[in-house]
Design a protein around this ligand. Structure first.
Ligand code: HEC
Ligand code: HEC
Length: 562
């Protein structure tokens, strides 16, 4: 949308109303006490005798939420800020007009940039609010009823088409039968505002409790990293967090090891902690396969013993690592083992147990890998890892096992299985985006996960046991939607490790009708278990991949961590 057009639309907005104080029985606001916010915002957002700034004092949200709103103030409403002022304002508002961790948690996928199917809360909110952006954006806010209402007015001001598209009920033909008695005939938007105001109010017990108990985070020290990345499996290591002159800012240095192949890398970065728990950082990896810069969105547990979230990168944030950090202490800790599954009846298997502060001088009786697994010998031991040789009983029960080194336990660390019954492609539905000239490519990494049918002897039931990723071979097949369009020859390429790289954007003269390279295909994994009989048919599975055009308009703000 061009700037002039937006300004013109903005004039449609009842600005006086948009910036006025609430009229009827106003809810208590949250006073703004930060001088910079008062200086920068009160020219338009009127300050009352209690220190409330109109609009701002009746809203709370995440760092991403504040950033989006403030950017619009700059872009459309004529606010001017230096980058440093913007950072300070986002920091203050995200902390003192923020969300409690319990409120932020259900919306974390929004900040973590995960692709997630959203369950609409009801039809009218779905129709009014879930057509342009995620519901995650909506549930990232808490507001007074008046503010939920003004938000919808802001939308109408900027996007008048919204009125007829999702906000209003479609007009009924004059001779339509009357709706059944008791039908709510109000417009979607009106019902949505009522619903949102009730579900996501400004004042909540969670926020009151969090606000009162908020502490300056003491995160400096050594943290243990356990993480997983699609296509790479588990990555373990440690991260040292160091304080800076600013109590809510930290620097980080991590050393990481891919369990699958022992590849090591380092990562160093910087992070800001908002509201005592919301970690937003940026780090740079030494791994040449990764894009250099990742963003880090994590949540610090209230007792500050654990930090959890996602590190991600890529033109569409499509590459990511699911990360858990645990504060390192002097107690022994077990992360897990170097494989996710062991076959029943196998003997002399060598496995590696990873941990921290593992005691020395251990005997096989100090270890326990669950029923059916006998520890024959300890081959090697250090504070970080143990190599052991094990036998697995032929008649051991199939299922997950814990790994215990004395009293340190990793639960469900691996599974015993008698047979790989099937594999699945993960993700089962995926999307990639053409690009490379004017726009970034949107990649997609696939992996094949092996499963055992579980105790009920039936595959594809709830008791099936996941055996983790296996090294499948990859290919693409045509998804027959349009006859003769040969999508699989045009959409892109799939690497031997399951990484899909999309083709370039724009019309392709080699293609029928000079079409774009978009299309949809099946991504097929084929896997032959090592011990399968030589005449056995390999296991196959497929996932559905849509390769679409670049995202020309972005509705999000990725710079919070800066
Ligand atoms: C030059 C005038 C101007 C300044 C300065 C200004 N705003 Fe606004 N603000 C507006 C207008 C106009 C609206 C209503 C339209 C809109 O939401 O874009 C608004 C609305 C808002 C809203 C409500 C948005 C919503 O989602 O309901 C927030 C929050 C906000 N401003 C925050 C700020 C903050 C924080 C500052 C200071 C850093 C600021 N504004 C400075 C003009 C201004
Ligand atoms: C026509 C598409 C569209 C629909 C429908 C829509 N939104 Fe939005 N919404 C947007 C866009 C675009 C923005 C970002 C505006 C900007 O800052 O540039 C936005 C921003 C927001 C924000 C951030 C507020 C801020 O101050 O930046 C919230 C919260 C929100 N929408 C909630 C809703 C709710 C609730 C509904 C349903 C009542 C809804 N949206 C329906 C397009 C839409």
């Amino acid at each position: 949308m061009s700037g002039n057009l937006v300004v013109a639309l903005l004039l449609l907005l009842p600005i006086r109303q948009a910036l006025a104080q609430p009229k009827e029985t106003p809810e208590e606001g949250i006073p703004v006490t930060n001088q910079l916010v008062i200086d920068k915002c009160s020219a338009c957002h009127k300050r009352d005798e209690k220190g409330n700034l109109s609009r701002i004092s009746w809203e709370r949200t995440t760092p991403e939420g504040w950033e989006l709103a403030i950017k619009r103030m700059v872009r459309l409403n004529g606010l001017s800020l230096t980058p440093e002022e913007a950072r300070q304002i986002v920091r203050y508002l995200s902390t003192y007009h923020g969300l409690a961790p319990e409120e932020a948690k259900p919306a974390m996928y929004q900040a973590e940039r995960r692709i997630q199917d959203e369950t609409p809360p009801n039809d009218f909110t779905k129709e009014a609010c879930m057509v342009c952006h995620t519901y995650g954006r909506v549930i990232s806010w808490r507001r007074s009823k008046e503010e939920w209402d003004l938000l919808t007015k802001m939308h109408i001001g900027y996007f008048p088409v919204i009125e007829t598209q999702g906000f209003r009920r479609p007009p009924q033909p004059p001779n339509a039968p009357p709706p059944p008695p008791g039908t709510d005939t109000r417009d979607n938007v009106e019902r949505a505002v009522e619903f949102l105001a009730k579900t996501f109010p400004l004042h909540t017990p969670e926020w009151a409790a969090w606000r009162a108990g908020m502490r300056a985070p003491k995160l400096a020290g050594r943290w243990l990293v356990s993480s997983t990345q699609i296509g790479r499996g588990r990555i373990y290591g440690e991260m040292v967090i160091e304080p800076t002159a600013n109590p809510d800012e930290f620097t980080t240095n991590a050393k990481l090891v891919q369990v699958k192949n022992g590849t090591t890398s380092t990562r160093s970065g910087r992070a800001v902690l908002y509201a005592g728990y919301a970690w937003r950082g940026r780090s740079t990896s030494s791994d040449s396969d990764d894009a250099k810069q990742a963003r880090e969105v994590m949540m610090v547990a209230r007792d500050q013993s654990q930090i959890e979230g996602r590190w991600f990168w890529g033109g569409y944030d499509e590459f990511g690592v699911d990360v858990t950090l645990r504060r390192a202490g002097s107690d022994p800790v077990v992360f897990g083992v170097d494989r996710l599954a062991l076959k029943t009846g196998s003997t002399g298997e060598r496995i590696e147990i990873y941990g921290d502060n593992l005691p020395t001088g251990l005997a096989p009786t100090d270890l326990d890998l669950g029923s059916g697994v006998t520890i024959k010998r300890i081959l090697n031991q250090s504070a970080r890892s143990l190599s052991v040789e094990v036998d697995v009983a032929q008649d051991a029960l199939v299922g997950k096992r814990d790994v215990a080194v004395r009293r340190a336990v990793a639960t469900g660390a691996f599974a015993l299985y008698d047979k790989i019954d099937y594999i699945k492609v993960h993700p089962g539905d995926a999307m990639a985006r053409l690009g490379g000239s004017g726009h970034p490519k949107g990649y997609q990494q696939f992996e094949a996960i092996a499963y055992n049918r579980g105790p009920d002897n039936k595959p594809n039931t709830a008791d099936d046991v996941s055996l983790g990723p296996v090294d499948a071979t990859w290919s693409m097949e045509e998804f027959y939607a349009v006859y003769g369009d040969d999508d699989k020859d045009f959409v892109g390429t799939l690497s031997p490790t399951g990484l899909f790289t999309p083709a370039g954007e724009g019309p392709n003269p080699k293609r029928k009708f000079g079409r774009n390279n978009y299309g949809d295909v099946w991504v097929v994994a084929t896997y032959q278990p090592k011990d399968a009989p030589s005449d056995a048919k390999p296991l196959t599975a497929r996932g559905y991949l849509v390769v679409t055009i670049p995202l020309y308009v972005r509705w999000d703000q990725p710079e919070v961590a800066e």
